[in-house]
Design a binder for this molecule. Structure first.
Ligand SMILES: N[C@@H](CCC(=O)N[C@@H](CS)C(=O)NCC(=O)O)C(=O)O
Length: 198
């Protein structure tokens, strides 16, 4: 079944879904919604997603699904998985662990700092220092994890890697220097080689 994917093409949360759909070779229409211009809060868009956020998908039969992780999982579960959901139950649990961690302990710091600096043009020194403390803590945990294994969950690329790479690869735009995180940088390269990132 085809669908419309509403997204902002500079948003990591939206790109996670786009990369997953492309990896699964799905048929869909991308509808650009520019968050910075308030397009996610217009009456027309709120009629699609009352939460006023992208990404959101609308399937041809009217089923509407917001939240990047829920969308990625649903697309995989309904289209053969694309190898992105580990077969082993513990590997799968590990994938869920990182998907949830990304949304609470990574994205709120790294993506928010990037939005403030790169989209709104705010100087780094005007931002809350906690964004950088917590963002670097997230990167340090990723570095430690990737020193032990090439992927976050199971033997290959999974949705955990797709979710985590979206904002990590552009962390520099939020004032995060990735130079001290060698394993993270190597992993970004691995993930980028697997995905239709352009
Ligand atoms: N947890 C949600 C976060 C969605 C989200 O924060 N979307 C932002 C763009 S990255 C948005 O649409 N913001 C619009 C607004 O708040 O006005 C997800 O993963 O989909």
């Amino acid at each position: 079944m085809s669908f419309r994917l509403y997204g902002d093409s500079r948003s990591g949360n939206c790109l996670k879904v786009r990369w997953t759909a492309d990896r699964l070779d799905l048929d869909y229409d991308w509808i650009e919604v520019t968050v910075k211009d308030g397009q996610a809060r217009t009456p027309e868009f709120l009629a699609v997603n009352p939460a006023g956020q992208v990404p959101v998908v609308v399937f041809d039969d009217g089923f509407v699904l917001p939240q990047s992780a829920a969308i990625m999982l649903h697309l995989c579960e309904t289209h053969g998985g694309g190898g992105l959901i580990p077969a082993d139950a513990r590997d799968r649990a590990r994938m869920y662990q990182w998907l949830m961690w990304e949304q609470y302990s990574h994205e709120p710091y790294i993506a928010v700092a990037r939005y403030e600096m790169s989209f709104l043009g705010r100087p780094r020194e005007t931002l809350e220092p906690r964004l950088f403390e917590r963002g670097h803590a997230a990167l340090a945990l990723m570095e430690q994890t990737l020193q032990q294994a090439p992927w976050f969950a199971g033997p290959g690329l999974s949705l955990a890697d797709i979710a985590l790479v979206a904002y990590t690869r552009v962390a520099g735009e939020g004032g995060f220097d990735l130079a001290p995180y060698a394993a993270v940088r190597a992993w970004i390269g691995r993930v980028e080689r697997e995905l239709p990132i352009h």
